[in-house]
Design a protein around this ligand. Structure first.
Ligand SMILES: [Zn+2]
Length: 387
């Protein structure tokens, strides 16, 4: 089955007909369909599919307990109304790269589908890879709840006593190469279809709680209101201004209003801030300003996750450069499972496929088919070179 045929099979799964975006949330019926697709693609190639202690799917050729394997892959979940490429491009390209080998080698090959990379359902990004490496404690993961109150422990598909860092799986990974659609725009300017990842910017997520006082919208004088919506408006402006001042990126992209009624002054607003930058100091400077403003407005700011600057494994990135020749080496503002693995000491590297507009986490996310095929060719060369 060709790259395009696999791509066409995945296209309709989890796509919202209204927005055209993808809603592929971890451990939902849509995710189960994606996992079945992964298993089918693996078994059609004679690979053995196993689940690790973090709910990630691994498809193996050969015996990685004898010799660690070369692992390709990415994730199949999406952000709300995400694009088609973020994640699936790496998984489909992995199968296509395996197909592109002239013969199956004696060295084991793995293809992975990491669980809940986007954190769209439980709020923590890279849940699968962080659990695998122990960066996320099992007790903390099992206690996570989605918007409906369902605990992660109820859906992960691994008994709670088995969830956690998975030494056996980690030992099986000789090297991990994640191919991913470019997020942000650089390759269109250099004229290259494929680039190599250098490092991931430090980034984090914060929850902002803005208390207020519920009251009637028709009978409460303006002077008597404690309206947290005003603090939210100030917060949104502050996030933008602080990011600009420190040459970083910060976003307020998610808000929960209680009780969320047209004719009621809200009792509380919870907002989430995502911030990233080229170095930790500037991200911390942005957050310090935001926190000061939040506290002055009577609210509080809670750090939900933080990931420091993450270089991919330099020796492995150099091997990719030697195999692929002169291609651009790019930093990225997006977090990835390859970054989590690299931080844990697992040799990991990334390839990026040109995104002509740079738009990602949106239905408009795109890569030309010819560039995707160039990505597959690069990944095939890397796989063959590392075996
Ligand atoms: Zn991704």
């Amino acid at each position: 089955m060709t790259f395009s045929q696999m791509w066409d099979e995945l296209q309709p799964i989890g796509r919202d007909p209204g927005t055209g975006g993808y809603r592929r949330y971890a451990w939902t019926p849509v995710d189960a369909t994606l996992r079945e697709w992964f298993t089918g693609a693996a078994e059609a190639r004679g690979l053995e599919v196993v689940l690790d202690r973090a709910g990630n799917q691994w498809a193996w050729w050969g015996n990685p307990d004898e010799t660690p394997g070369v692992v390709l892959g990415s994730h199949l979940d999406s952000v709300p109304d995400g694009g088609a490429f973020d994640g699936p491009l790496g998984v489909v390209s992995a199968f296509a790269a395996l197909d592109g080998l002239p013969a199956r080698p004696s060295t084991p090959i793995g293809i992975v589908n990491f669980a809940d990379e986007e954190g769209a359902r439980f709020g923590v990004a890279c849940t699968g890879s962080r659990l695998l490496t122990g960066a996320l404690r099992p007790e903390a993961a099992l206690a996570l709840r989605d918007g409906d109150g369902t605990a992660l422990g109820e859906v992960i598909g691994v008994g709670p006593e088995h969830v956690g860092r998975d030494e056996q799986t980690l030992r099986r990974i000789g090297a991990f190469v994640e191919l991913h659609v470019e997020q942000g725009r650089a390759l269109v300017d250099t004229g290259d279809a494929v680039g190599i990842g250098a490092s991931i910017w430090p980034h984090g997520r914060w929850r902002v709680e803005l208390p207020g006082e519920a009251n009637h919208a028709g009978t409460t004088a303006l002077a008597d209101r404690r309206d947290p919506m005003l603090a939210l408006a100030a917060l949104v402006q502050q996030v933008r201004a602080s990011a600009q001042r420190h040459d970083a990126l910060a976003t307020c992209g998610k808000v929960a209003v209680s009780p969320n009624a047209v004719n009621a002054v809200p009792s509380s607003v919870t907002a989430w801030v995502d911030a990233r930058g080229a170095d930790e100091a500037r991200v911390r400077a942005v957050l310090a300003e935001i926190e000061a403003a939040v506290v002055a407005a009577g609210g509080r700011l809670v750090e939900e996750s933080w990931t420091g600057s993450t270089p991919f494994t330099p020796s492995l990135s150099r091997e990719l450069q030697a195999i692929l020749g002169p291609v651009p080496v790019l930093p990225t503002g997006a977090g990835h499972d390859a970054g989590v693995l690299a931080t844990a000491g697992v040799p990991s590297a990334m390839l990026f496929v040109r995104n002509p507009t740079g738009v990602s986490h949106s239905p408009a996310e795109h890569a030309e088919e010819s560039d995707c095929l160039a990505g597959v060719a690069a990944l095939t060369a890397v796989l063959a070179g590392l075996l």
